[in-house]
Write a protein that binds this ligand. Sequence first.
Ligand code: FES
Length: 165
Amino acid sequence: MYELFDTIIATYKGKPGALLSVLEEVQRNTEHTYLNEQALLYIAEKMQVPLSQVYSVATFYSFFNLKPQGEHTITVCRGTACHTRGSKPLLDDVMAMLGLIETEEGEDESSYTTEDMRFTVRTVACFGQCALAPVLAVDEVIYSKMTADKLATLLKQLMAKKVKA
Ligand code: FES
């Protein structure tokens, strides 16, 4: 694993935004698509960047994950337009169908992952597609004007899919 990290670091060495690019590529190449503590420590040491700086980049951008992610990510928009068109009940449906339990309000839980590591559920402040609210995404695909029925069908299809080898 560290050999791969070395290759990635060497690829971006001296280039603008090297730290960001290295973190992105390390995350992409790590099982369960996240940046673990050892990886962050290693990157800081090898790139001679303070660990605090590595952490601040990794925590600033929402596309970095500090926890293991599921095979599929379902992102529900919780912006105002989507909220007024029913995104909260949709989020509740997703959580219930996947057997996930939301933590108490006030607790900092940005995403929830099923125990079998197949699904991660997260929220986003706005997809920038408010006219098509409510909006959610499954992995990279955006679904607009989502309804409870459409969502149930989509989730059933995803759950029936074979687990990645
Ligand atoms: S509020 Fe949901 S897309 Fe903007």
